[in-house]
Design a protein around this ligand. Structure first.
Ligand code: SAM
Length: 263
């Protein structure tokens, strides 16, 4: 791998399948003037084809060895630099410092994919769309419908503010080293503000976490401290159900009901 030894601690599985790379770039559909940032460019498998189509590209990379390589290939002193290298942890990176509206892409390090998704979500208002390679199992959870096994906290916490679609399956053989799991490409598009119906995100997040904290228990049990029988009645929700049976719209109704009562 051109002299670089993949580091497990940084979730380094580098894309090598040129057909898959072309398919991913086609899914992203870069336009020359886009404000785009790639998370974890690594050895440039996606970076190079993206740069061919874009006027400029930001990258956020944590690995000093990779940063040194990128700096050698794309000297940052040049005023007209096409690739802007942001050295550091994407989890700490302030995406408000990049031009908006922003498109975020990346073959993400799987070991921190969930916290990364929540970090990006906090910038949703500045973002046009996001395309990520993730563990297939995570993508399945993101897009799952209620009353299916993959449906859980991740589905409910993302679906209220993003339209999400699984676009492509990517087998382990597309990477070096090959990961032990299947992968997939997902597209996330922030919903327009008028479609975000949650009135108090803190209340929503607390209710969702509590309900899924003990997902085998009934809502009567898990939401005991939030809802009494009369409240379940008023909301038209059967307290014998479990968290996985409530749709995102149901969770929104519960959270808004509680939020309104508090205020
Ligand atoms: N984009 C390359 C590709 O597709 O071949 C590399 C993808 S590899 C799965 C993940 C990349 O993210 C690596 O370059 C890794 O060093 C970088 N990375 C890992 N943790 C990171 C973090 N917290 N912040 C920024 N980059 C990170």
């Amino acid at each position: 791998m051109s002299g670089h030894k993949a580091k497990k601690m940084f979730g380094q599985n580098f894309l090598v399948d040129q057909n898959i790379i072309a398919d991913i770039v086609a899914c992203i559909h870069p336009e020359a003037a886009d404000n785009m940032v790639e998370i974890g460019p690594g050895l440039g498998a996606l970076t190079r084809p993206l740069l061919k189509r874009l006027e400029r590209l930001h990258v956020v990379e944590i690995d000093r060895d990779i940063i040194a390589r990128l700096e050698a290939d794309y000297p940052q002193a040049n005023n007209n630099v096409k690739l802007m290298i942001n050295a550091g942890d994407a989890l700490e990176f302030d995406f408000a410092t990049l031009p908006a509206p922003l498109r975020i892409v990346g073959n993400l390090p799987y070991n921190i994919s969930t916290p990364l998704l929540f970090h990006f979500a906090s910038y949703a208002k500045r973002i046009t769309d996001m395309h990520f390679m993730l563990q297939n199992e995570v993508v399945e959870r993101m897009v799952a419908e209620h009353s299916t096994p993959a449906y859980g906290r991740l589905s409910v916490m993302l679906q209220y503010r993003f339209a999400m679609e699984k676009l492509l399956d990517v087998p382990p053989a597309s990477f070096r080293p090959a990961p032990k799991v299947d992968s997939a490409i997902v597209r996330m598009i922030p919903l327009p503000p008028e479609h975000i119906l949650v009135r108090n995100e803190k209340v929503y997040s607390a209710v969702v976490s509590t309900a899924f904290g003990q997902r085998r228990k009934t809502l009567r049990n898990t939401l005991r401290s939030y809802l009494d029988e009369a409240a379940f009645d008023e909301l038209g929700i059967n307290p014998q159900l479990r968290a996985e049976n409530l749709s995102v719209a149901d969770f929104i109704r519960v959270a808004n009901y509680l939020g309104d009562k508090q205020s």
